[in-house]
Design a protein around this ligand. Structure first.
Ligand code: SF4
Length: 433
C-alpha cells in the first residue's frame, strides 16, 4: 500500500505544457472606437514575434509577449491568458503576469493610435538582428508588377510562407488594372500593400484613388532634392513637380508616403535641407539608396560614390536624420551599371526595401525567383515550386546571412549604426549587377 503510494508520488508528472504558439503569420481585425484596426502577428522559430498594426507601426515581442498578444487578439480574457502563461512559463507570479498583460494591452493601444508611421525594419534594430531572432522569412517582399495570372499566385505564396508586407514595383506607364488587381489581392489576403513607382505615372487620373479603394497602404516615390532642376536631372524631366503632386494627394487622403532619396554626389551635401523639406510635407518615412562603384573613373563620370566615400555618405545620412528626428530605411547600396543611364538606374531603385526583405521576380513562365537583398543578383529558388525552407537555406541566402551575422562594426567610424548589416564600403555587401 505504502509502496504504491510512494510509487504514485514519485511517478506523478506535471501535465505537459501546451505547445508554444507555432511559428507563422496570424492576422486579426479588431474594431476600436468605430474604426477597424488590422493586426499582423508574426511568430518566429525562437517564439519571439512582431506585432504590426494597421500596416503602420511595429513592435517586437518576447515569447511571453507573443502568448499574451495572441490571447488578446483572439479575444481571451485576462484569467485565460494568465492560465496560458502559467502553463507555459514557470517562475513568474500571477501579479507579474497581470502586469505583463496590461503592458501588452497598452502596447496594442499604442500601435493602434493613428499616426503616419510606416513599418521600418532595419537590421540596426537589435531586436531584428539575426543574433536574437530566428526569422522564419523576411518581413517584406518587393515584387515587379506582372499581369494578375502571374502575380496573384506570388502574393498567395508570400502570404502562405509568412511574409506580411509587399511592395509592388510599378514599371514606367504601368497597366492600372494590373496594379489595382494586385493591391486588391494583397488586401484580400490581409497583407500590407505598397506601390513604388514614378510620381508622373501615379499622379493624375483616378489611379491613386482607385488604389486607395483597393486597399493601398503606402506609396513610395523618388525625391532627390528640393532643387527641381537637380531632381529632374537625376529622376527624369517633370518628376519633381509630379512628386509634389503625389505627396499632396497622399497627405490629403491619409495614405502613408515613403520618400525614396537616391544618393549621389550632387545631392549629398544638401541632404539635411532635403529631409527638412520633406517632413512638413508629410513624407516622414525616408528610404535612402546610394549608387556606388569600385571604378574611380565611372564615379567621376557619373557623380556617384566610390567604396571609400561610403562611410562619409552613411555618416551624413545618420546626422541629417538625427537632426530632424526622422525615421529611415538604409537600403543596401546599389552597384552602378555603367551601361544604363544613371537616371534609368535611379528610377529602377533599390533591389528591395532594406535588409529584412527579398525581391521576387516572375519569369513570365510560371516561376518566381527569390533574390536576397545583397550580393549578386542571383535566384535562391522558385517561390512557387520550391519549399520555402529550401529557398531560405539556399547558398545565396546562407552567404547573405553569414555576412550580416558577422560583426562589422569597427573603430574606423565610431557611432555609425548603418553598418550593423554590412559595412557600406564593402562591395560584396552591395546589391550587385
Ligand atoms: S564596418 Fe567599420 S569601416 Fe565600415 S562603416 Fe562600420 S565602423 Fe565604418
Amino acid at each position: 500500500m505504502a509502496t504504491n503510494w510512494l510509487k504514485k508520488l514519485f511517478t506523478i508528472k506535471r501535465g505537459d505544457a501546451p505547445a508554444p504558439v507555432p511559428p507563422g503569420l496570424y492576422h486579426a481585425l479588431q474594431e476600436a472606437e468605430g474604426r477597424y484596426v488590422r493586426f499582423h502577428l508574426r511568430v518566429e522559430r525562437d517564439h519571439t514575434g512582431m506585432l504590426i498594426a494597421n500596416a503602420r507601426a511595429a513592435a517586437r515581442l518576447t515569447p511571453s509577449g507573443v502568448v499574451i498578444a495572441k490571447g488578446l487578439l483572439d479575444g481571451k480574457d485576462e484569467a485565460a491568458i494568465v492560465a496560458d502563461l502559467s502553463a507555459r512559463f514557470s517562475g513568474a507570479s500571477k501579479d507579474v503576469m497581470r502586469q505583463d498583460i496590461a503592458q501588452v494591452h497598452a502596447l496594442i493601444n499604442e500601435v493602434t493610435t493613428p499616426n503616419d508611421e510606416y513599418p521600418v525594419y532595419n537590421l540596426e534594430d537589435a531586436a531584428l538582428s539575426p543574433y536574437s531572432a530566428e526569422l522564419i522569412a523576411p518581413l517584406q517582399a518587393s515584387v515587379p508588377l506582372a499581369p494578375p495570372e502571374l502575380l496573384v499566385p506570388i502574393l498567395d505564396r508570400l502570404w502562405a510562407v509568412g511574409i506580411p508586407h509587399v511592395t509592388l514595383l510599378a514599371p514606367e506607364h504601368p497597366e492600372p488594372a494590373h496594379l489595382i488587381r494586385a493591391v486588391e489581392r494583397a488586401e484580400d489576403l490581409g497583407m500590407i500593400a505598397g506601390v513604388r513607382g514614378r510620381a508622373s505615372d501615379l499622379r493624375g487620373g483616378t489611379l491613386l484613388a482607385d488604389l486607395r479603394l483597393a486597399g493601398l497602404d503606402h506609396v513610395t516615390f523618388l525625391y532627390a532634392a528640393p532643387d527641381a532642376a537637380l531632381h529632374d536631372r537625376l529622376c527624369g524631366a517633370g518628376e519633381h513637380a509630379a512628386a509634389l503632386d503625389v505627396l499632396t494627394w497622399l497627405e490629403e487622403n491619409q495614405v502613408c508616403a515613403v520618400a525614396e532619396v537616391p544618393l549621389v554626389q550632387a545631392n549629398l551635401y544638401t541632404l539635411e535641407e532635403t529631409v527638412a523639406t520633406l517632413l512638413p510635407l508629410g513624407a516622414d518615412n525616408l528610404s535612402f539608396v546610394a549608387y556606388v562603384t569600385t571604378d574611380a573613373g565611372l564615379a567621376a563620370r557619373d557623380g556617384i560614390f566610390t567604396a571609400e566615400a561610403m562611410t562619409q555618405v552613411a555618416t551624413i545620412v545618420e546626422e541629417a536624420t538625427e537632426t530632424a528626428n526622422a525615421r529611415f530605411i538604409w537600403n543596401p547600396p546599389v552597384q552602378r551599371n555603367p551601361d544604363a543611364p544613371l537616371s534609368a538606374q535611379i528610377q529602377a531603385g533599390p533591389r528591395c526595401c532594406g535588409d529584412v526583405a527579398v525581391r521576387v521576380e516572375s519569369d513570365g513562365a510560371g516561376r518566381a525567383h527569390v533574390i536576397p537583398p545583397r550580393g549578386p543578383h542571383q535566384s535562391a529558388g522558385d517561390l512557387l515550386h520550391d519549399p520555402w525552407e529550401q529557398i531560405w537555406d539556399a547558398p545565396v541566402f546562407r552567404r547573405y546571412r553569414e555576412r550580416v551575422e558577422t560583426p562589422t562594426h569597427c573603430d574606423a567610424c565610431p557611432g555609425l549604426t548603418i553598418c550593423a548589416a554590412d559595412c557600406p564600403r564593402e562591395p560584396t555587401g552591395w546589391a550587385q549587377m
